[in-house]
Design a protein around this ligand. Structure first.
Ligand code: FPP
Length: 163
């Protein structure tokens, strides 16, 4: 019998994608299937994000983009939006040291001006403090829509070409 091994061991460096994009979807269904509230699904989604960031960094992925909150998501019930913003803030605070210690550059794309001030400030602070990091770029797409996404992608590409 083949012993069970973490999947990661089987991923060869040369097969790694340089940029991985993940649409954070299915939290509600995950919770529903287990008879839990949607909020529990979002909490589990945020936990999964932590594991994904660590794994991506360890594997040597250069860029990880998480599509976390779309423009359409603003139409969700207020309580759900508040819970999501709390999870986002919690992530930015609890992962701050690990992000900096592991040379991860954090950036946000999307209409971030729509986010609550406290979340925006935490995002701005960590983006600034991590801007020189070169280990991996972690992009959070927040309040994103197709149009913003294209504009941001174009500005990111031109920044990189200039550096
Ligand atoms: C989709 O699930 C997920 C979201 C709308 C929000 C995901 C964002 C967070 C969990 C906040 C924390 C973010 C980070 C980056 C730590 P859904 O409700 O659309 O699920 P469904 O597709 O099953 O309906």
């Amino acid at each position: 019998m083949i012993p069970r091994q973490p999947t990661m061991i089987f991923i060869e460096g040369r097969n790694l994608p340089a940029h991985v994009g993940i649409i954070m979807d299915g939290n509600g269904r995950w919770a529903q299937q287990r008879g839990m509230k949607r909020s529990a699904g979002h909490k589990e989604g945020a936990r999964a994000v932590r594991r994904i960031v660590r794994a991506a960094r360890r594997l040597g992925v250069s860029a990880l983009t998480l599509y976390a909150f779309s423009e359409q998501n603003w139409s969700r019930p207020e309580e759900e939006i508040e819970g999501l913003m709390e999870l986002l803030l919690e992530f930015l605070c609890s992962e701050r040291d690990e992000i900096l210690e592991n040379s991860i550059r954090l950036r946000a794309v999307g209409n971030v001006d729509r986010l609550p001030g406290i979340v925006r400030h935490a995002l701005e602070a960590l983006s600034k403090d991590s801007e020189k990091n070169t280990g991996m770029t972690l992009t959070l797409a927040l309040s994103y829509g197709g149009r913003e996404e294209i504009l941001e992608a174009a500005s990111f590409a031109s920044d990189r070409a200039a550096s």
